[in-house]
Design a protein. Structure first.
Length: 98
């Protein structure tokens, strides 16, 4: 099984101090489970809004969504992405056969 994270990357509607990407979920699973978690996260993530009036979800790929979250006074636009861990320096190194 692979390790995955779901990231929220602000695109529009956020202040300069709030432009950092956030990790929304980190888990192990299959690619299908990861894509399902991504869809679920995109459908419930509210960023900083207390009450969401409208949510638009655009699929960029099976591992990336653009969401537009409308509140009473503000609208946030975010890219919600799925990332698979492909390298970790704590993994044991594989030595070539001699």
């Amino acid at each position: 099984m692979s390790r995955w994270i779901v990231l929220a990357i602000p695109v529009d509607g956020v202040s300069e101090t709030d432009r950092d990407a956030r990790t929304l979920a980190e888990f192990e699973g299959t690619a299908e489970e990861a894509e399902s978690t991504l869809r679920q996260t995109a459908s419930v993530y509210e960023h900083k809004l207390w009450k969401v009036r409208r949510r638009e979800i655009f699929e960029c790929s099976s591992r990336s969504y653009f969401i537009r979250i409308h509140g009473r006074m503000t609208t946030y636009c975010l890219l919600i992405q799925l990332a698979e861990l492909v390298h970790d320096t704590e993994w044991p190194t594989i030595r070539p056969a001699t």
